[in-house]
Design a protein around this ligand. Structure first.
Ligand code: SAH
Length: 528
């Protein structure tokens, strides 16, 4: 590529007087005066096609139009010349001494002045090169190019229409971008609040955004990763599959409602199990994938997908025989999606119909894990030589979602609540329960662990259940751990009595507030 200098910018810069080291006042006076004089000097422009000298750029253009029948503005527009293209054209004409005919019948590409060599000015201080082609096109009054006025009227109209269309498309794109930005903001807040890529990570921002609460919740389910995590949880997904495939008599010719269908996996299991019709509902954008998935698997005749909150839409049928849903959150009730299933049950379930899964247990057990306690609590006593013990006050009350090692359990588990999804009412999802933990080891009790079990039971010849407890295969729900700031000693054979209350957080109904009364202490936790 040939080296070149910017024929306008640099030429102008070269003419700038050097800054003097001397007295600033002298500089001001003399220099500004000389610059003003230069500015007011008349320019002399040599015509591109003959030796005629003209006293301005517009006069030169008019001369070219009238004498040489070349309208340079039209040429610039026709070939969409930018600054460099324009400069190269001027220098090409001057260096090759081409006559006006060189500009007529030009191909769209390649233009004869494409070489970078034509960036080199042919005439010193050529005023034509100091002109911005865009300005030229915009400022040139129609009277200066009378021949082009009528010629380009249609072209001008076309350009105006094209510009209008571009503006319309830009406005649409802007609206979409604003919408995306809003969604991104919610997602980002969500991610910042919860670094893990787990269900809680997707749901953490809910409390922060009351007015956008459901939007944040559903947009978290719009991303594929959460569905991948759930589908790969074999304990979960295979339990639903086994329940449906092993109990075809339950599904034969039944109308099934899938509340929160996600990718459509449960709806497809139900269809394969023999359901007559499945209506699958989800508010999250994942349903668009479900629509493709259902079609790819040739189940579109059986499965009807509806985008919307189950609370907002109207089903195309009056009643359904079965409701299936995977609504469970951490510690079973986090996320409060069971509320939506109960809404659907009360509105759509036919007499004698069933909600599956039908039974759920929430259980607690005592934990003695001094290593975990050390990592999460004592850690704050000495952090790089500093006492941060005050942090315990914020760390302890946040229930943790993590795997508990089975060999750290120091009591038998006990069920604190059983929920029958076919009969439970909304108010019963907040409860208080006394419990008794039979201690199995003489040691320090460092935490209480909570988890749940799920049963597909009613009317099933082949019952299916799964547990999210620490003694069986891990699930994506892990367990919920309530750390004790101050561990206490327990004796094997002892009965550790306590009381638990579980309530929705009024500020964020998808989150939970849990209190534990153990020995003489009352401890408060949140799950969010
Ligand atoms: N059934 C799927 C997805 C379960 S996750 C599976 O088993 O893999 C729960 C789904 O329910 C999410 O996709 C969420 O968007 C949807 N959901 C939650 N509450 C809902 C409501 N009230 N109305 C519609 N969809 C809901």
């Amino acid at each position: 590529m040939a080296e070149y200098t910017d024929p306008r910018g640099d030429a102008a810069a070269e003419e700038m007087p050097e800054l003097s080291d001397g007295d600033d006042d002298d500089f001001d006076e003399d220099v500004w005066q000389s610059m003003e004089e230069e500015d007011s000097q008349p320019v002399t422009v040599t015509c591109l096609f003959c030796d005629r000298l003209l006293n301005s750029v517009p006069a030169t253009l008019q001369h070219c139009t009238e004498e040489h029948q070349v309208n340079l503005v039209d040429v610039i527009r026709k070939h969409n010349l930018d600054d460099y293209g324009y400069i190269k054209m001027i220098n090409f004409i001057r260096s090759t001494k081409s006559d006006a005919s060189c500009l007529t019948g030009l191909p769209d590409a390649p233009l004869p002045w494409e070489s970078e060599d034509f960036l080199r000015p042919v005439l010193q201080d050529d005023p034509l090169l100091q002109t911005d082609p865009e300005e030229l096109c915009e400022s040139l009054s129609p009277s200066m190019c009378p021949t082009s006025q009528s010629e380009s009227h249609g072209a001008l109209q076309q350009r105006a229409q094209a510009a209008e269309e571009r503006a319309r498309l830009s406005e649409e794109a802007l609206a979409r971008a604003m919408d995306d930005l809003h969604k991104l903001k919610l997602l980002a807040q969500d991610l910042v609040l919860n670094a893990e890529t787990s269900k809680s990570a997707k749901l953490g921002a809910v409390a922060e955004l009351r007015e956008d609460e459901d939007e944040a919740y559903f947009s978290s389910y719009g991303h594929y990763s959460i569905h991948e995590e759930m589908l790969k949880d074999k304990v979960r997904t295979e339990s639903y599959r086994d329940f449906m495939y092993r109990n075809p008599e339950v599904f034969k010719d039944k109308v099934v409602l899938d509340v929160g269908c996600g990718t459509g996996i449960l709806a497809m299991f139900a269809a394969r199990a023999g359901a007559k019709k499945v209506i699958a509902v989800d508010q999250s954008g994942i349903i668009y994938q479900a629509m493709d998935i259902v079609r790819f698997n040739q189940l579109e005749d059986k499965i009807t997908l509806i985008k919307g909150r189950i609370e907002d839409i109207t089903l195309p049928v009056e009643k359904v025989d079965i409701i299936i849903s995977e609504w469970m959150g951490y510690f079973l009730l986090f996320e409060s999606m069971l509320d939506s299933v109960l809404y659907a049950r009360d509105l759509y379930l036919a007499d004698g119909g069933t909600v599956y899964p039908d039974l759920c247990n929430i259980s607690l057990a005592a934990v003695g894990d001094s290593q975990k306690h050390q990592d999460h609590i004592e850690f704050w006593d000495d952090v790089y030589g500093f006492n941060m013990a005050c942090m315990k006050r914020v760390v302890v009350p946040e229930a943790m979602v993590e795997m508990v090692k089975a060999d750290t359990l120091i009591s038998e588990p006990t069920v604190i609540q059983t929920i029958d999804c076919n009969t439970v009412c909304l108010s019963e999802l907040e409860f208080a329960s006394d419990f008794c933990l039979k201690i199995t080891n003489t040691t320090e009790c460092t935490a209480i662990v909570g988890y749940f079990d799920i049963f597909f039971d009613k009317g099933c010849g082949n019952k299916v259940m799964f547990s999210t407890g620490p003694q069986v295969t891990k699930t994506h729900w892990k367990q919920t751990v309530f750390l004790l700031e101050r561990p206490f000693s327990v004796q094997a054979g002892e009965e550790l009595r306590g009381k638990i209350t579980v309530r929705k957080n009024k500020k964020d109904p998808r989150a939970l507030l849990i209190s534990l009364q153990l020995r003489d202490r009352k401890l408060f936790y949140s799950l969010q």
